[in-house]
Design a protein. Structure first.
Length: 256
């Protein structure tokens, strides 16, 4: 008899740069069977993992969308918390895969020189991607380009396991390149940012986010990158929508 695996998304951080007690900066946990992947690693990500009773050593990989602090800033503390804890407790350090856009290696080395200049190397493997699919256990992460910042490459990911598809946009503007919606097509869950009231090249309005999902045939749309003061406007857009859409909250767990 075939054993079905459990493919879930846990929202660890649905907020923006400024943390609140209810919304931490961007961080998500993707789990399938015994595989656990941290997707984006904003400040406070470790706190949310610990709150949920998740051992940091059990994370198999960190997948990054881009290099703004609210998506990246806990990466070095996360790596070296595992490293130091393993040394102090005499554990065998588990290799951590780190996947993200081009220039990730250089940026990691720069951060490391400031935050951990000691010569001891942690057990990590860094992979820079553009469109190359990455297999992590039973889960496939296929990156795609998004327009967000002109200062570095920015990615979203199509995440597939057990015949189901979760798409995460990362941060994105209202205007995207032709063919962008193909990356979202028929997603079982579309996790998409809705961080702007008026729309810009950097951030998307809830109305535009919902339209992207509807046009792509997403079965469920989950709006994220939420500032508390914007909730009434976002809720208004959700209430007016004629598709299955809701607002992400920290601690939400979804079966993909």
């Amino acid at each position: 008899m075939m054993t079905l695996m459990h493919f879930t998304l846990t929202v660890l951080g649905s907020g923006t740069m400024m943390p609140t007690k209810d919304r931490f900066p961007s961080a998500y946990l993707v789990e399938c069977d015994d595989t656990r992947v941290l997707v984006d690693c904003g400040h406070m990500a470790m706190a949310r993992l610990i709150e949920r009773g998740i051992n940091l050593h059990d994370i198999d990989a960190v997948v990054l969308t881009h290099f703004h602090a609210d998506h990246l800033s806990h990466l070095l503390p996360f790596i070296f918390a595992r490293f130091v804890d393993a040394k102090e407790r005499g554990l065998t350090e588990k290799n951590l895969r780190i996947i993200g856009p081009k220039s990730l290696t250089e940026r990691y080395r720069t951060l490391r020189s400031v935050m951990w200049p000691e010569p001891h190397e942690p057990a990590i493997t860094i992979t820079e991607v553009e469109t190359e699919a990455q297999k992590i256990g039973p889960v496939t992460f296929t990156p795609f380009s998004v327009i967000h910042s002109p200062l570095f490459p920015c990615l979203g990911y199509r995440i597939e396991a057990e015949g189901k598809t979760l798409v995460y946009s990362g941060d994105m503007g209202c205007e995207q390149e032709k063919g962008f919606e193909e990356n979202l097509k028929n997603a079982d869950v579309l996790l998409i940012e809705a961080g702007s009231d008026t729309g810009s090249k950097s951030h998307c309005t809830p109305e535009s986010a919902i339209a992207f999902g509807k046009n792509a045939g997403a079965k469920r749309i989950l709006l994220t990158h939420i500032s508390a003061h914007r909730l009434p406007l976002i809720q208004k857009a959700v209430d007016a929508a004629d598709v299955n859409v809701s607002i992400a909250t920290d601690g939400l767990v979804i079966d993909v």
